[in-house]
Write a protein that binds this ligand. Structure first.
Ligand SMILES: O=P(O)(O)OC[C@H]1O[C@H](OP(=O)(O)OP(=O)(O)O)[C@H](O)[C@@H]1O
Ligand SMILES: Nc1ncnc2[nH]cnc12
Length: 241
């Protein structure tokens, strides 16, 4: 087995007898002990998890593919679909995202205490590839934000600009209950237009937007600047040029 496949498998491995809530408790405990001990060293389990996560990130980055001039000339398109083609990489990806949520405050550079989301909102279409898996692991609901005209019943709508065009997002009225804590997830943050529109829809329904989680960020496009300082965590980064 290649070192990268091994790293992916290490992070992916959860004891077969370990329940989802046990995983959460254990990981939340690890997250809450993420600070250094009295001697200034990180606890061994935390540094081991950090090393595991670092190895997994290398595997995930290695699996991404880049296509120049897609879907229009001048765009370097980063294809995340290979992350789902290999079982070990896919499993490691979902586990790494779960860890990012359980350690969300620290990962976002904030000292607010851990909050479990009530609802994961995934964005059309690539946020649907992992949003529901993540929601199951976190005992949360899943709600889609879709491109205009795809869902029945009353919807609220937001227009937005993205790296290669203008679009409209919708969410079904009543899909989020007022006061529910919501985490918005998507594969990529580029200019941030899609994510900001989704966040505005969550707020229009009365949801409490607790943060954004992305697999990959293209930092030079400065998408975070559109997110109004809401806590934002990305697993991977690329220059995307
Ligand atoms: O930060 P932004 O500039 O808004 O770009 C990011 C968005 O663009 C892509 O989706 P796209 O609209 O291409 O739709 P798809 O997932 O249906 O391909 C990507 O999956 C994000 O949702
Ligand atoms: N450069 C890019 N690659 C893949 N998906 C994107 N969504 C917006 N910009 C993108």
């Amino acid at each position: 087995m290649s070192p990268s496949a091994e790293a992916a498998q290490n992070l992916a491995s959860t004891r077969p007898d370990q329940t989802s809530s046990e995983t959460q408790t254990n990981t939340a405990a690890t997250a809450s002990t993420a600070s250094n001990d009295a001697s200034g060293r990180q606890p061994t389990s935390t540094s081991a998890s950090a090393a595991e996560l670092a190895r997994t990130k290398i595997s995930l980055l290695g699996a991404l593919k880049t296509f120049p001039d897609f879907p229009i000339p001048g765009i370097q398109f980063i294809d995340i679909l290979p992350l789902f083609q290999d079982h070990a990489i896919h499993t490691a990806l979902v586990r790494a995202l779960e860890l990012q949520v359980l350690n969300f405050a620290a990962a976002a550079g904030s000292d607010i205490p851990f909050q479990k989301p009530d609802v994961i909102v995934g964005l059309d279409a690539r946020g649907f590839l992992f949003g529901p898996s993540l929601a199951l692991r976190l005992n949360a609901g899943f709600v889609p934000v879709r491109k205009q005209g795809k869902m029945p019943g009353p919807c609220v709508t937001a227009a937005y600009e993205k790296e290669y065009g203008t679009d409209y997002f919708q969410i079904q009225e009543g899909a989020i209950k007022p006061g529910q804590k919501v985490l918005v997830v998507d594969d990529i943050i580029a200019t941030g237009g899609s994510a900001a529109a989704a966040g505005s829809l969550v707020k229009q329904l009365g949801g409490e937007l607790m943060g954004y989680l992305f697999i990959l960020e293209i930092p030079f496009l400065k998408g975070r600047e559109k997110l109004d300082g809401v806590a934002t965590v990305t697993l991977l980064e690329t220059d995307g040029k």
